[in-house]
Structure formats: structure tokens, C-alpha cells
Ligand binder design. Structure first.
Ligand code: ATP
Length: 341
């Protein structure tokens, strides 16, 4: 049996990093029926629009997509094609694990946190208007329904990944109604998961504590804008956006993507580091139920980076995108199969 997966090559370095991820996934032996569809600048060139309906329906039909970074051209009517994909497919949960890697210089050696961000509301509701000239208002929406499902997702993720604690990050001391609802809901849902500890932390304190000692956190759940900021902070704690995987998950579909941009300055030169997308592809394998293959990919990437012989230019090496890819594939064969959660 093959898993259907939509592959969106994306723009800039997208085709190079998606090709690397595809080759590595195929080398695990998991059978994927890749279906190529387009979004972003490439879709504008081919179809005159950045997010063709056929791409969205292909993702809905397959249920899973692996996506390269997308350029959002101005004048296309979207603030961001990425945000539009999340909205149209109701990918309500953003999942960003941040784990230290040997061989990547960063402030700490032992970071291992998962950031879960509510993806559909908060200040990303897109509801803004000018009240009177010189005064604008942006509406920060928090609903019980969205708060419940993201809290439940956080606890289920904690369980799935063998984690011990979920921390709700909020600003309920000031935003008493909106974040009050978010926090109360998380507290109530915590009651359904007696095996996972729960606490909460005000967002500014969470930022400070993450910088001072990130090991005190396990799984963090928060609304959209706080998640946007703290997930990048956590990426920074483990070496930056170039090595951080990401997934956007809904009830009917999941899209796996790197969080870095299209890097037009190095596109087409085999200079891109595909680590972030390859690790996102490992999350995808785990999502498909192929935990063993996911673990092999993650371990192989870690070994290649720790070994240091085949590092790409951004990490201080001279290897090309395909050199790095081949090195990871070689490591897949020496990594023993291990059972994982
Ligand atoms: P966009 O407009 O799509 O956000 P950008 O260039 O403004 O593109 P990024 O794509 O995130 O933003 O790039 C920021 C810097 O990081 C650039 O110098 C780019 O070359 C580098 N960079 C980003 N992704 C990678 C990657 N995968 N490998 C190596 N370098 C990268």
C-alpha cells in the first residue's frame, strides 16, 4: 500500500529542499504515491493564481502534503499563501518541536520543547478596520471551540510523544476575557488527561524563562500571535529556522513544511540546507503511522550534522544540497530500526 502525499515544490530553494526530502523519505522504504501540485509564485506562473483550487482539493483528497516555502507576490489578494492554506483547510494546530542537535552551535545543548500554536484565530482573524482616520482596530478573536480543540490537541500530542507536562501560555492577567477563556478552557481539558501534568505561565514570563532555562518546559500551548513569536524563539534556542521542522494539522488534512522562507539569494545553486524540510518529512512519516522510518530519518540527520563532514554552507561546511541528502541516505542504512512512540 502507498500513502498518497501531495508534494508542493514551492519557490526559491523550495524545489531543491523538497527533492531532498522526497529522496530521503523514499529511501526509508515507506511507499509514498507523490502527487505534484503547485502553489505560490510557481502557481501564479502556471495558472495565474497563487493557490489553485485543484491544489487545495488534492491536499484534501490525499489528507497529507509536504510543502516547500512559498513566495506571496504582492497584488495576488492574499497577505500570505501559507496563511490562506491553513485557513482554507482548517489546519488549526501548528506543531513545532525544537530539539538541540550536536554539531549546531546554540546557547543550550539540551533543549527539547514542543510548541503548539492555535492557527486560526487571535489577531490572525484578519478583522481590521479604520474606526476614524488615524485610528485602526484589529480584532483578537478567541472562541471556546477553538480553545478546546487546541488544548485537546496539546494533551493528545503530549501523550503521543511520551511527554509529561503541558503549559498554557497566556496573558489572562490583562486580557481577562479572551485569554481568560483560553486559559480556563485549557484547565478544563487538562481534567480529561490525568496522566499529563498541567500548569500555566504568563507569556512575558514564559519568554524570559525560556531564555534562562528552556529545560523547565515540555509542551507549550498558546494562541496564534504568542505562538508565532515563541515558536521562533524556541527555534533560535536550537540553531534557528534552518533546522526547525513544522506541521500544520487539521481534522481532515495535515501540511508539513519548513519555517524558513524561499531564500531567493541562494536558489537554484544547490546551496540550500534541506534539514528543516527533511525533519518536517520525518514528522509526516510519524503522522502517517511510520514511526520507525521517522526515527531513522531524524537519527540519520542528527548523525550527519554531528559528524560535520557534509555540512551545507549555512552551517559552515561546503557540501551541496545533494551531498547532504546522499549523506543522510547513507546513514539511513546504518541506523538500526528502533521501535518508537
Ligand atoms: P522570503 O521572502 O521567502 O521570506 P527571505 O530571503 O526574506 O525569503 P528566508 O528565505 O528565510 O527569508 O532567508 C533568510 C536568510 O536565510 C537568507 O540569507 C537565506 O539565504 C537563508 N536561508 C533561508 N533558508 C535557508 C536554507 N534552507 N538553507 C540555507 N540558507 C537559508
Amino acid at each position: 500500500m502507498s500513502y498518497p502525499v501531495v508534494l508542493i515544490p514551492g519557490d526559491g530553494v523550495g524545489p531543491e529542499v523538497t527533492e531532498a526530502a522526497r529522496q530521503i523519505v523514499d529511501a526509508t522504504g515507506v511507499s509514498i504515491a507523490w502527487k505534484i501540485h503547485y502553489a505560490g509564485g510557481e502557481a501564479v506562473e502556471r495558472f495565474g493564481q497563487p493557490l489553485p483550487e485543484e491544489t487545495l482539493s488534492a491536499i484534501s483528497a490525499a489528507g497529507t502534503a509536504l510543502k516547500g516555502p512559498l513566495a506571496t507576490a504582492s497584488g495576488t489578494g492574499f497577505r500570505s499563501v501559507n496563511v490562506e492554506i491553513r485557513k482554507r483547510l482548517d489546519l488549526y494546530a501548528n506543531f513545532r518541536p525544537a530539539r538541540s542537535m550536536d554539531g549546531i552551535r546554540s546557547r543550550y545543548a539540551d533543549v527539547d520543547v514542543i510548541v503548539i500554536r492555535e492557527n486560526t484565530e487571535g489577531l490572525y482573524s484578519g478583522l481590521e478596520h479604520e474606526v476614524v482616520p488615524g485610528v485602526v482596530e484589529s480584532l483578537r478573536i478567541v472562541t471556546k471551540r477553538a480553545s478546546e480543540r487546541i488544548a485537546r490537541f496539546a494533551f493528545e500530542t503530549a501523550r503521543k510523544y511520551g511527554r509529561e507536562k503541558v503549559t498554557c501560555v497566556h496573558k489572562a492577567n490583562i486580557l481577562k476575557l479572551s485569554d481568560g477563556l483560553f486559559l480556563d478552557t485549557a484547565r478544563r481539558i487538562a481534567g480529561e488527561f490525568s496522566d499529563i501534568a498541567f500548569d500555566d505561565c504568563i507569556v512575558d514570563a514564559a519568554a524570559m524563562k525560556l531564555v534562562i532555562d528552556p529545560t523547565q518546559f515540555d509542551v507549550l500551548v498558546m494562541e496564534n500571535l504568542f505562538g508565532d513569536i515563541l515558536s521562533d524563539l524556541c527555534s533560535g534556542l536550537v540553531g534557528g529556522l534552518g533546522v526547525t521542522p513544522s506541521a500544520n494539522i487539521g481534522l481532515d488534512a495535515a501540511v508539513f513544511e519548513a519555517v524558513h522562507g524561499t531564500a531567493p539569494d541562494i536558489a537554484g545553486q544547490q546551496l540550500a540546507n534541506p534539514t528543516a524540510l527533511v525533519l518536517s518529512a520525518a514528522l509526516m512519516l510519524r503522522h502517517l503511522g511510520e514511526a520507525d522510518a521517522a526515527e531513522r530519518v531524524e537519527t540519520a540527520v542528527r548523525r550527519v550534522i554531528a559528524d560535520g563532514e557534509w555540512l551545507t554552507v549555512d552551517l559552515g561546511g561546503t557540501a551541496s544540497t545533494s551531498d547532504f541528502t546522499e549523506a543522510v541516505i547513507e546513514q539511513l542504512d546504518v541506523v538500526p530500526s528502533v521501535a518508537s512512540n
